[in-house]
Design a binder for this molecule. Structure first.
Ligand code: BES
Ligand code: MN
Ligand code: MN
Length: 453
């Protein structure tokens, strides 16, 4: 039996196994789900063991475990380190899901569930591609799996694990399916990820909530002040005003920008899909550039004062915001976080006190297009999509990718099969059944071509 026949014959079981995995709410951010996160690790470890992976182990860390497994077929053949994550984002707000986040539902060719695309669905393609190669006796490379449970909370313990297991993780390339492509008929490969700085700010005005009639207009309202401060972080061209913020931003050549401008993209379709009349971003850059090669600053959440039913006249004592900055090469997370902190403290009026605390961050990464591994991925997608994939720059972050290079000395290939419309991190996350099977079909070609290159 060849690979295609094996996949066709087992397709229903492949899908059902994924649905079982998706039923486990492995939310790493919320300690209430700790047992489920562990169960999700055990689930994938068990699948890997059943299909012939060796040295399968659930490696404990200070946080959630890392599932390791390998299959060394021939020491002279190249080794592919497959990375992905079994943890998922919280499902809230649950009331906006058409069907419950952890009761996977199949509708119009899609699997609806938290983690369907990010990243269980995409990890599971690798598990089933491995099964297919094993069962059809066609595994052309050595493979090592490293599936973690803390990607959505910053991968701190995986960083430590890498430093402690450099030899064990020795490989020729890291293969990751945790990104997307342009469309099902326009395959693409991400060649960059943005970094991340994430801060939380607390603004304190008077020492207690006050009557807004007695004191309003005379005492600094921390919410009013916080809004002023946040507004001042962008100028009229939507440039970020933090001094030094752009100093280390690598400027793309005009030739590279012209190349990027050829990426298929319809601004009208983009606006229609999001139901917005216009886009908004940094002056002088296209939408693709704004998410691909430029850094950003966004408020992720803002709160304070009275938000309950009806009206309560109050001048609150405190206001808060969570603010993230997406970074591009060669900005660094620690430098940008420090810059933010210094700047934000410096612009606070004397009427309030400001506290800035730093959350986890991550460094940006670019992946080469002139490597054997990129060529293998490109040829693999061409073999199954019938079209050569286009290199694109993704806007998201996978912090560990920069460490693969720094700690393990390994380049990464981001061969993802998701779509922007898959609503990762949002209600009604989905993953196309087409994409799931296409991935399972494409991955063995990567192994084949990588061994040949
Ligand atoms: N898979 C995503 C990253 C991603 C999404 C890359 C879309 C390219 C396109 C990953 O799981 C993720 O969500 N990363 C977080 C960072 C993390 C530190 C919370 C992100 O990008 O917000
Ligand atoms: Mn992911
Ligand atoms: Mn994610």
């Amino acid at each position: 039996m060849n690979q295609k026949e094996y996949i066709d014959k087992n397709q229903e079981r492949f899908l059902n196994e994924l649905l079982d995995w998706l039923r486990i709410p492995s939310i790493s951010a919320d300690p209430a789900f700790a047992d489920d996160v562990h169960r999700a690790a055990a689930f994938v470890a068990d699948k890997l063991k059943t299909i012939g992976a060796e040295n399968v182990s659930i490696e404990e860390t200070a946080g959630y475990p890392i599932v390791y497994a390998d299959k060394i077929v021939d020491a002279n053949k190249p080794t592919v380190l497959v990375y992905g994550h079994y943890d998922v984002q919280p499902s809230v707000p649950d009331e906006l899901w058409e069907t419950p986040a952890f009761e996977p539902d199949i509708r119009d060719g899609n699997i609806y569930a938290r983690g369907a695309c990010d990243d269980k669905g995409q990890v599971f393609m690798h598990v089933k591609a491995f099964e297919t190669m094993m069962q059809t006796d066609s595994l052309d490379c050595n493979v090592k799996f490293m599936i973690e449970g803390e990607e959505e909370v910053g991968s701190t313990n995986l960083g430590i694990y890498l430093r402690n297991n450099i030899e064990k993780l020795a490989a020729d390339v890291v293969l990751v399916s945790d990104t997307g492509m342009i469309a099902n008929d326009i395959p693409s490969i991400d060649t960059g990820l943005r970094g991340l700085s994430y801060v939380e700010v607390e603004v304190t005005g008077p020492n207690i909530d006050l009557h807004s009639g007695t004191y309003g207009g005379a005492v600094g309202n921390p919410i009013n002040v916080l809004c002023d401060m946040i507004s001042s972080l962008h100028d009229e061209n939507r440039h970020i005003t933090i001094p030094g913020f752009y100093d280390r931003v690598d400027i793309m050549s005009d030739a590279d920008r012209a190349e990027m401008a050829k990426t298929p993209f319809s601004l009208d379709a983009y606006k229609a899909e999001l139901d917005v009349d216009d886009v908004l971003g940094e002056k002088g850059y296209s939408t693709i550039e704004r998410t691909g090669i430029r850094p950003t600053l966004d408020v992720n959440g803002i709160w304070g004062g009275y938000t309950g039913e009806g009206a309560k006249t109050v001048l609150p004592s405190k206001a808060y915001a969570k603010i993230s900055m997406r970074l591009v090469p060669s900005q660094t997370s620690s430098e940008i976080s420090d810059m933010f902190k210094n700047h934000f403290e410096s612009i606070a009026p004397k009427s309030v006190k400001v506290k800035v605390s730093l959350h986890h961050g991550g460094e940006p990464a670019v992946t080469p297009t002139d490597s054997k591994a990129y060529r293998a991925a490109s040829r693999a997608m061409e073999a199954t999509f019938g079209k050569k994939p286009i290199p694109t720059r993704g806007g998201g972050s996978i912090p560990i990718v920069a460490l693969f290079e720094e700690v393990l000395g390994l380049k990464t290939v981001l061969m993802g099969f998701g779509l922007d419309s898959d609503a990762i991190h949002s209600p009604n996350e989905k993953y196309g059944i087409f994409n799931f099977y296409k991935g399972i079909e494409t991955i063995p070609y990567f192994f084949k071509y990588f061994a040949e290159e």
